[in-house]
Design a protein around this ligand. Structure first.
Ligand code: GN1
Ligand code: MG
Length: 389
């Protein structure tokens, strides 16, 4: 128990100092009374606390994912779970129609004894429970172009499948989540405030970011001028939010439905690229390893366009290339802003973790800026091909 507790507190420096270990008293509110065999921290999310809980009842083990929601980031669990459950149920029907396996290809949330899909404990902490999808794994770094192409198919299909989902049924979980204009304004204020007194340690990065006000405007303007449409988007399409089959490495299920909201296709495409097409992990310290791999960009685009290209206009297709830079930039200023604030939003596992993350993102921005003409060419090529399908 002690070592578990240690692991938890070192891994979750942000909000879990007070995380207690009596998971059985939480599970029971979801109707699970089987004895707990193990409970381990799970995944690499930066916001919520995720625990893999294994129970054993009548000789049979069952794996669950128990999550404690970070209510500083997600203050309204009703909106969040309402969105997630509605979208899951909608996607389940589509999986069924396609003859797929609903239990593996969609997330199964457990209702709590209060009739909601989350339980609030006596300390006001919010928990939710879902089944662990067996024989799957996820990646923090892309291991092959083939796998990334399939990821492109999966996220493209996600957009395509949700194209007729009524967006007005979804609440805005986090206001202005990918409004990069607002993100830039916030960042500017964070620089001025220099709350944690860290500005001196990141002046070069701050200057690089402040010089890119126009970049922050690109997608906002395209949406305002209706050059690109609002759709239902996932808004957090890192490759570790897609579970791959352990044997085939084919995508099985898209997870982390916390930020499903109306958004631009480029948000999701861009987020996949900034994370999955990078040659290094999001927090790599050796910046010489950090650049966008064009082969991976092309592979993802090929898969994505095959799945949804026909539903996109040329302007929207082009926005995917520019949007990849915008979303990478946005993520960079979010990390840098949080570093300046004293690491209050993203969990950190070491000093300067958020600065390291910001540096990788800004390095990617610089690299992608030089590669934009090629990116546009690739996007247009596969968009054209999709029109012939
Ligand atoms: C956060 O929790 P996680 O790791 O899935 C963040 C995303 C960022 C991402 C950066 C609600 O996602 O927006 O892109 O970190 N989620 C929220 O890795 O802010
Ligand atoms: Mg997330």
């Amino acid at each position: 128990m002690n070592s578990d507790k240690e692991k938890l507190t070192t891994k979750f420096t942000n909000i879990t100092g007070d995380l207690f270990m009596d998971y059985a008293s939480i599970m029971v509110h979801f109707g699970i009374t089987d004895p707990i065999v193990s409970a381990e921290p799970f995944g690499s999310g930066h916001i919520n606390d995720t625990i893999h809980v294994v129970t054993a009842g009548s000789g049979k083990e069952h794996s669950y994912v128990l999550q404690r929601l970070n209510t500083n980031v997600f203050p309204d669990p009703d909106i969040l779970m309402n969105n997630a459950v509605q979208v899951t149920q909608y996607l389940a029907k589509i999986v069924e129609e396609k003859g797929g396996d609903v239990s593996r290809e969609t997330v199964h949330f457990y209702p709590a004894d209060n009739g909601k899909y989350y339980y609030t404990d006596e300390n006001g902490k919010v928990w939710r429970l879902e089944d662990l999808i067996s024989h799957t794994h996820s990646f923090d770094l892309c291991t092959s172009a083939e796998m990334f192409e399939q990821t492109g198919v999966a996220f493209g299909s996600f957009l395509s499948d949700l194209s007729s989902f009524p967006a007005d049924r979804l609440g805005e979980v986090i206001k202005n989540f990918h409004n990069t204009r607002v993100r830039f304004e916030t960042f500017t204020k964070e620089v001025k405030a220099d709350k944690a007194g860290r500005l001196d340690s990141c002046r070069k990065e701050v200057e690089f970011a402040l010089a890119r006000k126009e970049l922050a405007e690109v997608l906002v303007k395209e949406l305002e001028e209706e050059k690109i449409p609002l759709r239902v988007t996932h808004n957090d399409t890192k490759i570790n939010n897609i579970l791959m089959d352990e044997t085939t490495n084919q995508p099985v299920c898209i997870i982390d439905l916390d930020t499903i909201m109306p958004g631009a296709a480029a948000y999701d495409f861009g987020d996949s690229i900034r994370f999955g097409a990078s040659n290094a992990e999001e927090d790599e310290r050796d910046l010489s390893k950090v650049f966008m791999r064009m082969d991976l960009f092309e592979a993802f685009t090929r898969g994505y366009m095959r799945a949804v290209g026909k539903k996109l206009s040329l302007a929207e297709a082009r926005s995917l290339a520019e949007g990849s830079i915008v979303i990478t930039f946005e993520t960079g200023i979010r990390f840098l802003g949080d570093y300046l604030n004293g690491d209050v939003y993203f969990k950190v596992a070491r000093p300067q973790h958020n600065l390291d993350r910001a540096r990788t993102q800004l390095k990617l921005v610089e690299d992608m800026e030089g590669k934009l003409p090629q990116m546009l060419e690739i996007v247009e090529k596969y968009w054209q091909q999709a029109q012939q399908q």
